[in-house]
Design a protein around this ligand. Structure first.
Ligand code: SER
Length: 588
């Protein structure tokens, strides 16, 4: 038996012994990344550094990172899929490359001092090569020399052995994946690590990030050769303990036991779905997400509502999610200390949402039965009716889909999406599209917008007062959006004054540079920004003369003149006490 916390500690200790700095997990909500709603991998918060920015903690990093992937939410409940998971990772930012990365992976997995997996149980894959990048004989050779059996080394194409970009553009590269053979018979003579029968479980991925995928689909070499590795904590814990699913690990047992004690019927995969969704929801709320009909809030709402419905399927009555959240918080506060202050807030929010949805669920199920009374198995429910269930009863599409599946019918999803798009707020969020994930766009236009955002924040603080602080930002090549605390609508004179001040600072041609310093020193020089619990020791502060000092990872232009002309398009309410500015930067 090896516990998840022992694996977590060992991983960090191993890479610390190889001179890696241990950094904290970043928030589940990406900063300044409009292309994706959640942090989807350990490398995601590190994108600017993989592109060449200097990281305050150095060039060798390691951590455990909380991640959310909602792409295959429908698969949750099977043995391995999760929406929320933790990823152990180590990174080289232009420092070591294939030889060290692979040797260390091998040592950590097989050495008796660390995980002690027998070499016979290991298979690995490497990139087979194509027009974009060569066949990775180098990695294969390294594995062979370390002692991996040549017949356990597989060559696969891009579809299997290439990682990233998670969105459409950004850092990516060939990878080498490690598989654990659980010891069952091959399902067929062709069975190999790419087979999903369960004989081979992928446990770790070493990505050799040396390309940047551009918007036109081509790959350019990155400034530096990086390593990005990821090992799912839930999976490795299951495999090392001989479990055939993540829900049997100590990461889930307390939750599963509690759910079983509440349930009065067996209920198929409902327990697993509830356990996964409650974990994801609790972690999202810890990072400041509230249930809503927009963006992250909408994903959260979908998870909570689906968990409630599965609770009812198990015969659980009353509000039960807060007790489950308590278990998650008790289990994880030692790794994510922010939970300590948010326990009651999270529980209250869950009760509110349960209250809101419980009644609607009963009504909506009745309505569903009515709508589908005349549909035979194989029938199709019109999109408009599924939308009505969403709009009137708050049924996310997943719930309607599940109800439909239980009746053997399907839903016209395209039809649903047409109505959904017309739904004003939701189409604004583009939630469906962003649901899949992606990476920050590092185009020149976006970088200019990013620098403009810093200037805007300082200008707002100068004109309106120092109560103004960033509440969110979203920058695309086309425009920037900046949310900030301010109690009332700005008057046209104030808007003009802010706009003029930003343009004045652009014209002054102030040098943009950063300095790495302690959090204490950053506070002392008056730097603003979200310090959170990131990089416990050192932070990076971007400085534009005396005008702007802000904690930030970058990237930025080198001189404010490069921003171009700044123009505010709109000032509007965002939520209580928070205003939103939309602006553009134009070429002069
Ligand atoms: N980014 C890679 C993955 O998510 C390795 O960390 O698998």
């Amino acid at each position: 038996m090896i516990s998840s916390s022992e694996i977590r500690q060992k991983y960090l200790a191993f890479f610390a012994s190889k001179e890696h700095s241990i950094i904290s997990s970043a928030s589940l909500i990406p900063d300044n990344d409009p292309t994706v709603l959640f942090t989807t991998a350990g490398m995601h918060p590190l994108v600017p550094y993989l592109m060449g920015e200097t990281h305050p903690a150095g060039v060798r990093l390691t951590n455990y990172q909380k991640c959310v992937r909602t792409g295959d939410i429908d698969e949750v409940g099977d043995r391995w899929h999760l929406t929320f998971f933790e990823m152990l990772g180590n990174w080289s930012l232009g420092d070591y490359f294939k030889k060290e990365a692979i040797s260390w992976s091998f040592e950590f997995l097989t050495s008796k001092d660390w995980l002690g997996i027998p070499v016979d149980r290991l298979s690995v894959s490497v990139f087979a090569g194509d027009d974009d990048a060569p066949r990775d004989e180098e990695s294969a050779e390294i594995w062979k020399n370390l002692g991996v059996h040549p017949e356990h080394i597989y060559y696969y194409p891009k579809s299997e052995n290439w990682w990233g970009p998670a969105g459409t553009t950004g850092p990516c590269g060939p990878d080498s994946e490690m598989f654990y053979d659980v010891g069952i018979e091959k399902c067929s003579p062709e069975c190999d690590p790419s087979c999903s029968c369960g004989k081979y479980v992928e446990i770790w991925n070493d990505v050799f990030m040396q390309y940047n995928k551009l918007a036109d689909g081509t790959y350019e070499p990155l400034k530096q050769q990086n390593v990005d590795t990821g090992m799912g904590l839930e999976r490795i814990t299951a495999v090392l303990n001989g479990y055939d699913e993540v829900y049997k690990t100590d990461l889930f047992v307390p939750l599963m036991e509690k759910i079983s004690s509440l349930a009065t019927t067996p209920g198929d995969t409902s327990k697993e779905i509830i356990a996964d969704h409650v974990r994801a929801a609790t972690f999202m709320m810890c990072d400041g997400v509230s249930p809503s009909n927009l963006d992250q809030g909408y994903v959260l709402r979908r998870l909570i509502r689906r968990a409630i419905r599965h609770g009812r399927k198990l015969g659980i009555q009353g509000f039960f999610l807060q007790d489950l959240a308590d278990i998650v918080i008790a289990q994880f506060t030692q790794y994510y200390p922010k939970f300590a202050d948010l326990r009651s807030e999270i529980k209250l929010e869950l009760v509110n949402e349960e209250e809101k949805f419980s009644k609607a669920l009963v009504q909506g199920e009745k309505q569903f039965a009515k709508i589908t009374a005349n549909l035979k198995p194989g029938g199709v429910m019109p999109g408009e009716q599924a939308f009505h269930l969403f709009d009137t009863y708050g049924f996310p599409l997943e719930i309607t889909k599940e109800l439909a599946k239980e009746k053997g019918i399907t839903i016209d999803e395209d039809g649903f999406n047409d109505f959904y798009k017309q739904h004003q707020d939701l189409s604004r969020a583009g939630a469906q599209k962003k649901f899949k994930g992606g990476l920050a766009d590092a185009s020149w236009e976006t970088i200019r917008g990013h620098t403009a955002t810093h200037l805007l924040q300082s200008a707002l603080r100068q004109v309106l007062g120092t109560h103004v602080l960033q509440k969110g930002s979203n920058i695309t090549p086309e425009r920037l959006r900046f949310d900030f605390s301010h109690p009332e609508k700005m008057v046209p004179e104030q808007i003009k004054e802010v706009e003029d001040l930003v343009n004045e600072k652009i014209k002054e041609g102030i040098e943009v540079h950063y300095e790495i310093m302690s959090v204490e020193q950053a506070h002392k020089i008056g730097a603003i920004g979200l310090f959170d619990d990131k990089y416990a020791e050192k932070v990076k502060v971007y400085i534009m003369g005396d005008f702007s000092k802000e904690f930030c990872g970058g990237p930025h232009v080198n001189n404010t003149q490069e921003v171009g002309h700044f123009k505010i398009i709109k000032e509007e309410a965002c939520s209580a006490g928070v205003r939103r500015i939309k602006a553009v930067v134009e070429n002069i």
